[in-house]
Design a protein around this ligand. Structure first.
Ligand SMILES: *[C@@H]1O[C@H](CO)[C@@H](O)[C@H](O)[C@H]1NC(C)=O
Ligand SMILES: *[C@@H]1O[C@H](CO)[C@@H](O)[C@H](O)[C@H]1NC(C)=O
Length: 258
C-alpha cells in the first residue's frame, strides 16, 4: 500500500515534469491512446462586454492585401463588416505572429520550429480566467484536445494541422496546465459546442494548411472563410453580440509593406 502510493507520487512527479511535451507523439497508436483519454472541456460564461460579449479571431495565410481585397468571397465577408486597412502583421514567418496575438510579444521566437516559452510568460487566457470569461481554441484537424505536435493528413501525408499556427501552444504556462490543454480543441469540437450552445466568449479558430491558404491560394482560403462564416452569421448560438476578426497574412515578399 505504502509502496504503491509512493509509486503513484513518483508517476505524478514525472508527468508534471514532462507536461509541456507529453502529448507530442504522432504515431497512430500514441494518437489513438491519447485521443481516448485526453480531457476536453467546453466551459461557457456570460460576462457582459462594453460593445461585444464574444470575440472570434481567425487568421488566413500568405496573401497580400491587394489579392485578398480582390477575392470575391473575402469581398463578401468584408461587405458584412468593416475593413481594417492599417492592421499589420509584425514579422515573418507565421509563428511569432500567432504567439504575439495571445501574449503581446514574440518572446524572441523568430522561426516556425517547435518553441517553448518560459512558464513565467502569461497570456490572454490568464486574464480571461481571472475575469471568468470562458475561452477555447479550435484548430482544424488537430487529432485530439491538447495535442502538442504537428499532424499530417493520414491518407496523403500533406501538411494539415501545425503547431506553429496554434497561438497558445508554445507557452509553457498553457501546456503545463491540463485544464488549459483541454480547451485547445479541434473543429469537430467547435461544431459540437456550437450545436450544444456551449461556445465560449473568446475563441481563436485556425483552419488547416489547405483551408487557410498556406499550402493553396487565396481562392481556397476565401472559399473556406465564406463557407465557414456565412452559416454562422445567422446562427444565434454563434452570433450574439459577437465580434469576428478575420486577418489575412501578407506573403513573405511584402510583409514589411503590408
Ligand atoms: C477531435 O477531438 C476530439 C476530442 O479530443 C476527439 O475525440 C476527436 O476524435 C477529434 N476529431 C477528429 C476528427 O480528429
Ligand atoms: C483540410 O480540411 C479539408 C476539409 O475542410 C480537407 O478537404 C483537406 O484535405 C484538409 N487538408 C489536409 C492537408 O488534410
Amino acid at each position: 500500500m505504502h509502496f504503491s502510493s509512493l509509486l503513484t507520487a513518483a508517476a505524478v512527479g514525472i508527468a508534471s515534469i514532462n507536461a509541456q511535451t507529453q502529448y507530442t507523439a504522432t504515431n497512430a497508436a500514441s494518437v489513438e491512446a491519447a485521443r481516448a483519454t485526453a480531457r476536453t472541456l467546453s466551459p461557457t460564461s456570460s460576462i457582459k462586454g462594453k460593445t461585444f460579449d464574444r470575440f472570434v479571431n481567425i487568421f488566413l495565410e500568405n496573401t497580400d492585401f491587394d489579392m485578398a481585397a480582390a477575392d470575391p468571397n473575402l469581398q463578401w465577408i468584408a461587405s458584412q463588416g468593416i475593413t481594417l486597412t492599417n492592421y499589420k502583421a509584425i514579422t515573418h514567418p507565421s509563428q511569432p505572429n500567432y504567439i504575439a496575438s495571445v501574449g503581446g510579444s514574440t518572446h524572441s521566437v523568430i522561426w516556425d520550429l517547435f518553441s517553448r516559452i518560459s512558464s513565467s510568460a502569461r497570456t490572454i487566457v490568464d486574464l480571461l480566467d481571472a475575469a471568468g470569461v470562458s475561452w477555447s481554441e479550435y484548430e482544424d484537424d488537430m487529432p485530439y484536445s491538447g495535442f502538442e505536435g504537428d499532424y499530417i493528413n493520414q491518407v496523403n501525408g500533406a501538411n494539415d494541422y501545425v503547431r506553429k499556427h496554434n497561438p497558445l501552444m508554445s507557452y509553457d504556462s498553457v501546456t503545463s496546465d491540463l485544464d488549459k490543454l483541454a480547451k485547445i480543441k479541434n473543429l469537430t469540437m467547435f461544431y459540437n459546442d456550437l450545436d450544444s450552445n456551449k461556445l465560449p466568449q473568446w475563441m481563436f479558430i485556425t483552419p488547416n494548411m489547405t483551408n487557410d491558404g498556406h499550402d493553396t491560394s487565396v481562392t481556397v482560403a476565401g472559399a473556406w472563410a465564406k463557407g465557414f462564416l456565412e452559416p454562422l452569421l445567422t446562427n444565434p448560438n454563434f452570433l450574439s453580440r459577437t465580434l469576428v476578426l478575420l486577418s489575412q497574412f501578407p506573403s513573405y515578399s511584402t510583409y514589411r509593406l503590408d
